[in-house]
Design a protein around this ligand. Structure first.
Ligand SMILES: Nc1nc2c(ncn2[C@@H]2O[C@H](COP(=O)(O)OP(=O)(O)OP(=O)(O)O)[C@@H](O)[C@H]2O)c(=O)[nH]1
Ligand SMILES: [Mg+2]
Length: 279
């Protein structure tokens, strides 16, 4: 596994014992998923597909998501995990998977969803680049279908609100999400139904025209999609059923106040995206 870390080698956190069993072998044996061929330990050339995962305290989910990506995406695939030094040591589980197809970036003394995805994108080398949450709410099974769509489109978005999509979360989350998406659709246009999806694959060439603005939480995604469309790139939405996470805890809505604060930030950013003409 290639691994980049901003942590000093003698940092005490770097030598802490793992908070539990590594999710590689033990989990694989427990679930009967053990494969006889060991993962490659070295890599030559660029992968076909890079999938970026941003993680903060996802130790209960990260290994399932990584394994799911490798199982569901054909070709040479790399997974880039950008972890913000999770106190639950998510990064350590990734390290212990010891797989050359995984690149781990452990950022220390910094937090941020948009900046984490941006860092992973910078490190990616695939002709197809994608990113998604690492909490199992976004189905890895959809990735193959999304990638297929790139033969005709620049960008394929996993969508809760397009045809075939559904949102099974608590009604408060669903209503808030629909309101934000309705507002984004009204202000930004282009008929995109799930503006803040955050589940995407795209052709690398997209980054010749558009970059992520790496600040804040999920609002970066709406302005990214909007700028892509404004610059003539094509976007297709692929419907899927979205469920609440079953393990771990929400970082965007740990409390009602944080939830409202995040929502207000989204609204501001939608309006700024509409008014900005240079990016
Ligand atoms: N690197 C990094 N990842 C983060 C940060 N905040 C959240 N994440 C990850 O980003 C993804 C989305 O976060 P979630 O907690 O699922 O937020 P959400 O999807 O709005 O909320 P729920 O799905 O309801 O829990 C998950 O994979 C998180 O682990 C952060 O500050 N840094
Ligand atoms: Mg989530």
């Amino acid at each position: 596994m290639t691994s980049a870390t901003d942590i000093a080698p003698n940092d005490p956190a770097a030598s802490m014992e793992s908070a539990g069993a590594p999710c590689g072998l033990a989990d694989a044996v427990a679930t009967g998923e053990l494969v006889s061929v060991p993962p490659p330990t070295s890599r030559i050339g660029n992968p076909d597909v890079s999938i970026v995962l941003a993680t903060y305290n996802e130790r209960e989910n990260i290994c399932d998501v990584i394994r799911g990506i490798f199982q569901n995406v054909a070709g040479d695939v790399e997974v880039i995990v950008v972890d913000d030094d999770s106190p639950d040591e998510t990064w350590k589980l990734v390290e212990q998977m010891d797989d050359a197809r995984i690149k781990l970036i452990r950022r220390v003394s910094t937090r941020g969803l948009a900046s984490a995805f941006n860092r992973g994108i910078i490190e990616s080398r695939g002709n197809v680049v994608g990113w998604m949450d690492a909490d199992t709410t976004m189905p890895v099974e959809l990735l193959a279908k999304m990638i297929e769509k790139l033969s005709q489109h620049d960008i394929a978005v996993g969508s809760r609100y397009a045809e075939g999509g559904s949102d099974h979360r608590h009604w408060v989350r669903t209503t808030a999400s629909r309101l934000i998406n309705g507002f984004a659709g009204f202000v930004l246009g282009y008929g995109i139904k799930d503006y803040d999806s955050g589940f995407v694959v795209l052709r690398r060439s997209v980054f010749d025209k558009v970059s992520i603005i790496p600040t804040g939480y999920g609002a970066y995604f709406m302005e990214f999609l909007y700028t892509c469309r404004r610059k003539g790139l094509s976007v297709v939405e692929v419907g899927y059923g979205f469920t609440d996470r079953t393990k771990g805890y929400s970082k965007s809505a740990p409390s009602a106040i944080k939830f409202l604060w995040t929502g207000a930030g989204y609204v501001t950013r939608i309006l700024i995206a509409r008014l900005r003409h240079i990016d």
